[in-house]
Design a binder for this molecule. Structure first.
Ligand code: MN
Length: 728
């Protein structure tokens, strides 16, 4: 009998409400129209395929939305219909599912590495937020496998291999045994037609011999159950070809060894009966020691439950027995799909996810009741609601990363050098910020530059330990070399007061100095000076003890020559005070702070006044004419309250190319507010332009720069966060 929408609707009305059956019908007619003029390889109209896919799902008693998605699953990909069109016709949930199936179709399993297969399975699961997408995809694949004959041998083999590598393990993970077995049978036949034929012939040849034994054992079991008053049905099982092949291949057993085993399944009404049947068959035939497995108390990872035992039957033939309830039987065949039949008809998109969760929770409960290790359920949870994401390298390799990972994590996962020199990234061919969290299925391309170096700001968004430790390590080394450079500059400045320079000293003089100071290497000394652990002028003094101690007081006249020029690119041993936020154009002073290098203040900063009492800690500095970068500065805006005023303020500031780093409302009454903003600007001229622009906003009554703020602990604060503020 050929399948039609009417015959499908007929069987659907057996378990779905009539309005649900109608919406499935509607989806069918929509698909028929959309695929009009398209045909399958076999010559049939294309719509027969989605209809068959829906039919497979109906046999699992899947809900109406899954069936609708099945009807429409190729519409977005193969016809001109857009996702939004599907959404307006059939609602968001169905549209999302159709879109999900299309996305799965787009990732092709290109790599031949076996290790990739498992990641690929996980990725498929991770990508489908609604697990029903996977079920539709499995049904789609199942129908394609059933109609493989019409394809070329090469294409047939490729699809068969992909099915065995990817889709049958997914079906197994989800406990859908019936689908898995069919995938394996069809896949085996298409991939290894000769081997399949040989095994099939061998099975047929010995079936005659086995028949008599099967009959004897079966009636012995049935009689035994009858005698004991235990209701149940006994089914003789034959192994499927692929599992025979796999057993021969992996367990290195001969064909006759495998086929000498006789297998039966006893399906009963309750869990209690399961154990009583077990007792009965153990009385009937002697059990093989060590072969009993209680998967009722300890279900398998995919929720499979059953009792397994092996017996010595008559004439010593081994008999494998599975005992389970009808419910467990349904679960073993359909797995997660067995849990998808529900009565509610609400269409909210989150419900599917909630139900999938319930499925997992159901397993969890089962496990807790059994009082066993939860380890197995953790595996299921990880697979279905992953904490991992799977992304592609441009060459198609799959990388596994923790959820929330960014392109920087990806770069370090590829190679430390790639991470250290990365400057930008493309996510699925689009330029994206390095801080953007990645999603499963994306292709990530890292753009590197030879001279680039890690940005301390990355530490605020990377999630992998590898990225974090590598950035820290790099910055530590970087800080070391920067402190040596600063130390050299400071020491030379002090030596200039004695009319010399470090480069002019000979090796003996340097060696003598190091010995005097009890330092092993010149770099250690310079780094100590740069970090503020040693005073440069005291070191210089040691070299020229005969000269009177004199701290050169910088007069305005010679300040220009004596002062250090700040270029804005000094890095981590130089930072900018958070009390006065100096920017280029401000008169500035450097403060050597023990262990933290040099902190730059404005000359008018309240905090520097205190420090000036300790003159050897103060270094005269000035901005280099070529200073570059952006500098934090704080402004205070007084304004009348008005709807959307903060947004207006922000727009005015960013339109003048100044970044807003922090915004806080300081005071507020019914009419007026004071807003404090931390901005990044290039210099005083830039700041003036920004402030002028802000002043033009109507409700703004006053704009002023915050000159010097009393910090709770003046001049404390450490280098790393200061460095974080810098925008390079
Ligand atoms: Mn399809």
């Amino acid at each position: 009998m050929t399948l039609t929408i009417d015959s499908l609707a007929g069987s659907l009305s057996g378990y779905l409400a009539s309005d649900q059956v109608n919406s499935v019908r509607r989806a069918y007619f929509y698909a028929e129209q959309a695929h009009d003029g398209q045909f399958r390889r076999s010559g049939e109209p294309y719509v027969t395929h989605p209809l068959a896919v829906a039919n497979i799902l109906s046999e699992m008693h899947m809900d109406h939305q899954s069936l609708m998605a099945a009807m429409l699953h190729d519409v977005i990909e193969d016809t001109g219909v857009s996702k939004s069109a599907v959404k307006s016709q059939f609602g968001e949930t169905v549209a999302d599912m159709v879109d999900g199936v299309s996305k799965l179709n787009k990732i092709t399993f290109s790599s031949h590495a076996e290790a990739q297969a498992e990641n690929f399975q996980k990725m498929a699961l991770a990508m489908a937020r609604d697990l029903r997408v996977i079920l539709v995809k499995l049904a789609d694949r199942l129908h394609n496998m059933r109609t493989l004959d019409v394809l070329s041998p090469e294409k047939r083999r490729r699809i068969a291999k992909e099915t065995l590598d990817i889709y049958s393990p997914i079906a197994a993970r989800l406990g859908m045994n019936a689908v898995r077995v069919e995938f394996e049978e069809l896949g085996f036949e298409a991939l290894f037609p000769m081997r399949a034929r040989r095994i099939n012939a061998a099975v047929k040849a010995i079936r005659g011999n086995r028949k008599e034994i099967v009959k004897q054992v079966q009636s012995a079991i049935e009689a035994c159950l009858e005698r004991e008053g235990l209701p149940g049905r006994t089914i003789g099982r034959e192994k499927h070809l692929y599992s025979i092949y796999e057993k021969m291949r992996t367990k290195r057993k001969s064909f006759s060894e495998i086929m000498d085993v006789y297998a039966f399944r006893i399906v009963v009404d309750s869990v209690d009966t399961c154990y009583r049947v077990l007792g009965a068959v153990h009385n009937l035939f002697k059990p093989v020691p060590g072969r009993f497995k209680d998967y009722i108390a300890i279900p398998k990872a995919n929720g499979y439950q059953s009792l397994h035992t092996t017996l010595f039957g008559m004439h010593g033939v081994p008999i494998e027995i599975q005992i389970r309830t009808e419910e467990m039987e349904a679960m073993a065949n359909n797995g997660i799909a067995a849990h998808w039949l529900y009565k509610s008809s609400d269409d909210t998109p989150s419900n599917a996810h909630i139900r999938a969760r319930q499925w997992v929770n159901g397993l969890l409960e089962m496990q807790q009741n059994a009082g066993n290790s939860l380890e197995f359920i953790e595996n299921v949870k990880i697979d279905l609601f992953p904490d991992e994401i799977y992304v592609f390298t441009p060459k198609g390799r799959i990388m596994e990363l923790p959820a929330g990972s960014t392109a920087v994590d990806f770069a370090y996962a590829v190679h430390t050098d790639v991470g250290n020199s990365c400057v930008a990234c493309r996510i699925s061919r689009r330029l994206a910020p390095l801080s953007e969290p990645l999603e499963s299925g994306q292709t990530v391309e890292i753009i590197t530059t030879p001279g680039a170096q890690p940005n301390p700001a990355w530490l605020s968004f990377v999630v992998t330990g590898k990225a974090r430790s590598n950035i820290r390590h790099y910055l530590k080394n970087q800080r070391e070399s920067e402190s040596i450079a600063l130390g050299r500059r400071l020491l030379n400045k002090s030596l200039a007061g004695h009319g010399t320079q470090l480069e002019k000293l000979n090796a003996e003089q340097v060696q003598e100095l190091l010995q005097q100071l009890n330092v092993s290497e010149l770099n250690t000394l310079l780094s100590d000076i740069g970090l503020g652990n040693r005073m440069a002028h005291i070191v210089a003094q040691k070299m020229f003890p005969e000269e009177t101690r004199e701290i050169p007081k910088a007069t305005s006249k010679d300040a220009k020559q004596a002062s250090l020029a700040i270029r804005g690119s000094e890095g981590m041993v130089m930072s900018y005070a958070k009390c006065c936020y100096p920017i280029p154009g401000d008169p500035i002073v450097g403060h050597i702070s023990s262990g933290r290098g040099m902190v730059i203040h404005t000359e008018t900063c309240n905090n520097i006044a205190e420090i000036r009492q300790n003159p050897e800690k103060v270094v005269s500095v000035r901005w280099d004419p070529d200073v570059e970068g952006e500098f934090a500065v704080e402004i205070r805006v007084e304004l009348e309250n008005e709807r959307g005023i903060i947004a207006k303020l922000a727009t005015a500031i960013t339109s003048k190319e100044a970044n807003i780093e922090r915004i806080s409302t300081v005071e507020r009454d019914a009419r007026f507010s004071i807003v404090n903003l931390l901005l990044n600007v290039r210099n005083r001229i830039h700041l003036a332009r920004v402030m002028k622009h802000v002043r033009l906003i109507k409700p703004v009554t006053r704009v002023a720069r915050v000159k010097s703020r009393k910090l709770a602990k003046p001049i404390k604060g450490n280098i790393a966060p200061e460095a974080l503020k810098r925008q390079h």
